[in-house]
Write a protein that binds this ligand. Structure first.
Ligand code: C2E
Ligand code: MG
Ligand code: MG
Ligand code: MG
Length: 289
């Protein structure tokens, strides 16, 4: 019986894996047409000055509204797009769309666009960025590209060349999910970042982990300040977390406490006199998008 159960379990696990692989294959297939079918949209989450509570810009976050499955998280479909070689096309579309939307926003508001390591590895990236700027009329300093530490795992001279070409265009660069990758601090010496985004995992944690996380955040802020970079704390959901980040002198805040990512059309209704001053809202008042 034990043997039988073992076999049964093995069969169960492999069936599960098969199901997952099949699922992925189906999603990949649907993703190929998602763009042309208009199922993808770029939503925008405000990034807020920690003290001023003034919105300084928005992060562009891709949304997929699947006709049968409903909303699918980018945490699921971006890796699929990367594996299936769909990211160059998806990434370029998102970048162009984000520039077009941001060019209509008032004032100096910036847009931050996530750039996959696969896009970053391509020699074509600077030309695509230049074209997206020219086509939309967006000033280069209003575009920020969010890059993760994983780009430093690639060939160093290629990486340096890409940074130099992007900086020549005048766009801003942000280091996303800082502290979660495998890289050393060495690259901060030369990589021309304007901002470090402190990963959500440092904001969370129990009270016990909290003290350690705060020590790490304080060190990141000190490092960023010394190198002339701004900081954004991601994933701020509570007033307590907001207060802690202010105390630690983090310059910018992003999180559900202020707002989730909202559709482009909805954004326009929030601006007043070219500004969007935003109040933090308790979880009870959160709208789900
Ligand atoms: P990310 O770049 O680190 O983006 C921040 C993520 O944190 C977003 O998840 C955002 O909705 C979420 N977030 C913001 N505030 C809070 C909060 O208070 N609490 C919690 N729990 N989460 C918060 P989202 O939109 O699901 O995106 C997940 C990841 O997918 C992004 O992480 C990014 O790596 C990737 N992604 C999204 N859009 C794109 C895109 O256009 N291109 C590429 N290459 N990747 C993208
Ligand atoms: Mg990001
Ligand atoms: Mg991030
Ligand atoms: Mg993240």
């Amino acid at each position: 019986a034990a043997k039988g159960a073992g076999r049964g379990r093995a069969r169960f696990f492999s069936a599960d894996l098969l199901q997952a692989a099949e699922d992925r294959r189906l999603l990949e297939h649907d993703l190929i047409d998602a763009l042309s079918k208009g199922e993808l949209a770029v939503h925008y989450q405000p990034i807020v000055g920690a003290r001023s509570e003034e919105v300084t810009g928005f992060e562009a976050l891709l949304r997929w509204n699947h006709p049968k499955r409903g909303r699918i998280s980018p945490a699921i479909f971006i890796p699929i797009a990367e594996d299936a070689n769909l990211i160059p096309q998806l990434g370029e579309w998102t970048l162009r769309q984000a520039c077009i939307d941001a060019a209509k926003w008032p004032g100096e508001l910036r847009v931050a666009v996530n750039v996959s390591p696969i896009q970053f590895a391509s020699e074509a990236l600077p030309a695509i960025v230049m074209s997206a700027l020219a086509n939309s009329g967006l000033a280069p300093e209003r575009l920020e590209l969010e890059i993760t530490e994983s780009v430093f795992l690639e060939d160093g001279s290629e990486t340096d060349a890409r940074f130099a070409a992007l900086k020549r265009l005048g766009v801003r660069l942000a280091l996303d999910d800082f502290g979660t990758g495998y890289s050393s601090l060495g690259y901060l010496k030369t990589a021309p970042f304007d901002k470090i985004k402190i990963d959500q995992s440092f904001v969370r944690g129990t009270t016990e982990e909290g003290a350690r996380n705060q020590a790490i955040i304080a060190a990141i802020v000190a490092l960023a300040n010394a190198l002339g970079m701004e900081t954004t704390a991601e994933g701020i959901e509570s007033f307590d977390q907001l207060e802690t980040m202010r105390k630690l002198n983090v310059s910018h805040i992003q999180g559900f406490l202020y707002s989730r990512a909202v559709a482009s059309e909805e954004l326009a209704t929030h601006f007043k006199d070219g500004k969007w001053v935003i109040q933090p809202q308790g979880p009870a008042r959160q709208r789900h998008i």
